[in-house]
Design a protein. Structure first.
Length: 450
């Protein structure tokens, strides 16, 4: 909308016109620590002759004690005046000499970052706070978010780094401090600020390095499950079946199973009947009717277990909901018989005596109907008829056994029950040679005797 403008970067002064146009920015380079330190270290003043242009600062001798030309970007070559002209007392102490108008009124003054009251006709008692230097101690601590403190500015090498920003730990002598930041208990920009407690949850900060911020969690209390980083848990889940009240399910007779149908809602646990039991479920208490169960499917004292299965029989509980101890084993297939609370004594049908297709399988007999002319079994036709060149016929394969017979082929007549037939030839056999005896079976072709 035309109301935007450029602004000067940090430390630069100025403002751009609305709607466009670069800002007219100025920077007094003597406000920069590294620039000021060059001149101050020589006991001189720093001046910036053109704040709109970089690199225009210079060091200047301090009047009236010194005289000399300004030097760009470096200390000036200053000469002393008055009583300071040939005085080396101050310079030998690393200080600057200052002479007031008069006689024997010169004094030594601290220079650079050193502080202390001027001393007349002698060196001053100067102290240097090493943490005020642009580089060195101050920079070492600041780069790691710690505070630099010079415990004895009058003595060199007495600075230390201390924890800052809510972190705690022992200071480091001329080194970094060993800082720990528990964001759950400390006061800092990234700290928890009791939001977990307000939600009835616990705050946990597992990564307590001073540089590891923002990793604290809210966690659910009282055995509930759930955690959220940097905020409260939206919904805590808890399996109430782990609580003492829910032990009522296990204590019921017979024992029941506890199920928490909604772990996010209190009072939602239920007791349900154990697998194989009849009955239902009840909220926050034992269910009714769990003592009824199918004795063929339940593992209990007096139940069927594997008794019927081991005998190859079927287990049947005729009244699982009303009576106990009435299960029985029943024979399978064509076998008949039942045993109450025991394996049955099974009786075979007539199939077992007549053929081998009846198989005894774990005490239960199964008999299938078959054609005795086509089946390989004891008592079946086998190759009896074929060896005699005769035809095998099983007149009732589905209802009777042992009734197969061999029958003569062609014009021969005769049949044998469960044996080869005795075949009788017709008159064709005596009157012509077209009747051939083939493997015991006579075949006569019709012909015209004329």
């Amino acid at each position: 909308d035309g109301d935007w403008h450029y602004v000067c970067a940090a430390r630069w002064v100025g403002h751009g016109a609305a709607g466009g146009g670069a800002a007219a920015c100025e920077l007094d380079e003597c406000t920069l620590a590294n620039t000021t330190g060059v001149c101050a270290g020589a006991g001189q003043e720093c001046v910036d002759t053109d704040t709109a242009t970089m690199g225009t600062w210079a060091c200047r001798c301090v009047a009236p004690d010194e005289a000399g030309d300004d030097v760009a970007n470096a200390p000036a070559a200053c000469r002393k005046t008055g009583e300071c002209e040939n005085n080396t007392v101050c310079s030998d102490a690393g200080q600057v000499c200052h002479d007031e108008p008069g006689v024997d009124d010169w004094e030594c003054r601290c220079i650079g970052h050193a502080t202390g009251a001027p001393a007349a006709l002698a060196p001053a008692a100067c102290a240097t706070d090493e943490c005020t230097e642009a580089a060195g101690a101050a920079q070492t601590c600041a780069e790691h978010g710690q505070e630099c403190v010079d415990t004895d500015p009058a003595t060199a090498g007495t600075w230390e780094c201390r924890c800052a920003g809510g972190a705690a730990g022992a200071p480091g002598a001329q080194a970094l401090a060993a800082c720990v930041l528990d964001e759950c208990t400390a006061t800092c920009d990234t700290c928890e600020k009791d939001v977990c407690e307000a939600a009835g949850q616990d705050c946990v900060d597992e990564a307590q390095a001073a540089t590891a911020t923002g990793g604290w969690e809210c966690r659910c209390r009282g055995g509930a499950s759930g955690a959220a980083t940097g905020k409260p848990v939206a919904a805590c889940s808890h399996d109430e079946c782990e609580d003492d009240d829910a032990k009522a399910c296990e204590a019921a007779s017979p024992p029941q199973v506890c199920v928490d149908v909604d772990p996010f809602t209190a009072g939602s646990w239920e007791c349900t009947c154990a697998p194989g039991q009849a009955g239902g479920r009840a909220t926050m208490g034992p269910a009714a009717g769990c003592d009824a169960y199918n004795e063929c499917q339940t593992d209990c004292a007096g139940c069927a277990g594997s008794v019927c299965a081991d005998a190859g029989q079927e287990c049947v509980d005729a009244a699982p909901l009303t009576e106990h101890g009435n299960w029985e084993c029943r024979c399978r297939g064509h076998a008949v018989g039942a045993g109450v609370k025991r394996a049955a004594v099974c009786v075979l049908d007539e199939c077992a005596a007549e053929c081998d297709s009846c198989a005894v399988r774990a005490g239960a007999n199964v008999c299938d109907a078959y054609n005795e002319c086509q089946t390989d079994c004891a008592g079946c036709a086998g190759s009896v008829c074929a060896d005699a060149g005769q035809e095998c016929v099983d007149a009732a394969p589905l209802t009777e056994h042992g009734n197969w017979e061999c029958r003569c082929r062609g014009h021969a007549v005769g049949a044998g029950v469960k044996r080869a037939a005795v075949c009788v030839l017709d008159e064709c056999a005596a009157e012509c040679d077209s009747c051939a005896v083939r493997a015991g079976a006579n075949v006569c072709d019709a012909y015209n005797e004329c």
